[in-house]
Design a protein around this ligand. Structure first.
Ligand SMILES: [Zn+2]
Length: 319
């Protein structure tokens, strides 16, 4: 078996296909090697060559120094092949004009004192492809933000970067690269990445005319993306449940219960920004369309009489 080194053109092509990053840790500029995945150095075809940084290359061949446990399996040929396949596919998608993959930036610490940032790149199904931590200890926050934006653009010029509001508590800090990573739910990825959202999205709200409850759904073309429901619970709580969370907010003395309920639904509409808004009442199957979100008077009478409003809804909405 004779060693067959990749040509310069092949090396350039593979580095480009990997966005000049190690396909395992995604770090750039760390002395990238082309590694023969099957261990056969005469098998120099593209599919057998993985772009690896010095550290990950070493970790594959000499796992010992990087761990006290037996971890040779951590970076086996199969694992490297999977990293290569997944990362190269991600880079192709990220370079599309309207990528379906997305990048998010989360802050760690408190609003007053941000400690670090974590950049995550994910597939629409929330599978994480890339994670990298940035610490604020020494860096100037503005310069660090510029660096993070440049990093996203280096992977895909049209890749959307979403800033996740509200910092995560310090205990989730990504210091060791093992911290908690937030991802964006598939429905919201569609909302953020679909190029025809402003034309093809719709929100339907069905207002129950007899009791203080309503259901809200979001659609993109024929796909049902999201559902939520709101009802007045024991006359004392506004209970809003959706596919992702469930919360009961105590009713305040003012403004009116209807106004408080309307505000919750308006914020949902604002978040999704649907192209079309349909509000119906009456029969669920053939609702009567109404002009605006005018909640019927049962929202007020229920509050006054403290009687329960329909079946208790727990967990996911729309059942
Ligand atoms: Zn690496």
């Amino acid at each position: 078996m004779t060693r067959d080194n990749p040509t310069d053109a092949q090396r350039a092509k593979l580095l480009d296909a990997n966005a000049d990053r190690c396909c395992v840790c995604k770090r750039p500029n760390l002395g990238l090697h082309l590694h023969h995945i099957d261990g056969n150095s005469s098998n120099t075809v593209d599919s057998n060559l993985a772009v690896l940084c010095v550290e990950d290359h070493d970790r594959h061949h000499r796992p010992g120094p990087y761990s006290t446990s037996v971890n040779h399996l951590d970076l086996s040929a199969e694992v490297i092949a999977e990293h290569k396949r997944s990362w190269e596919a991600f880079v192709i998608e990220a370079r599309e004009d309207a990528p379906t993959v997305i990048a998010t930036l989360a802050a760690y610490g408190t609003v007053e004192s941000i400690h670090s940032f974590k950049l995550v790149m994910q597939w629409p199904d929330e599978r994480i492809e890339y994670e990298r931590s940035f610490h604020l200890l020494a860096a100037n926050p503005d310069r660090l933000t510029d660096e993070i934006i440049a990093e996203v653009q280096a992977i895909g010029p049209h890749l959307k970067l979403v800033f996740l509001s509200e910092p995560l508590p310090i205990e989730y800090c990504p210091c060791c690269g093992t911290g908690y990573s937030r991802t964006v739910k598939p429905a919201l990825v569609a909302r953020l990445t679909d190029p025809t959202w402003e034309i093809d999205s719709a929100c339907t709200i069905y207002v129950n005319p007899k009791q203080a409850s309503l259901a809200i759904s979001i659609f993109l073309r024929e796909a049902h993306l999201f559902s939520g429901s709101l009802h007045l619970c024991q006359g004392r709580f506004l209970h809003y449940a959706n596919d992702y969370y469930d919360e009961r907010v105590p009713v305040r003395k003012s403004p009116s219960v209807r106004a408080q309920a309307t505000a919750i639904i308006r914020s949902v509409i604002q978040e999704w920004a649907p192209a079309t808004l349909l509000i119906g009442t009456g029969n669920h199957d053939s609702p009567t369309l109404i002009e605006d979100l005018n909640l019927p008077c049962c929202w007020e009478t229920s509050a006054l009489t403290h009687h329960s409003t329909g079946p208790a809804r727990k967990g996911r909405a729309g059942r």
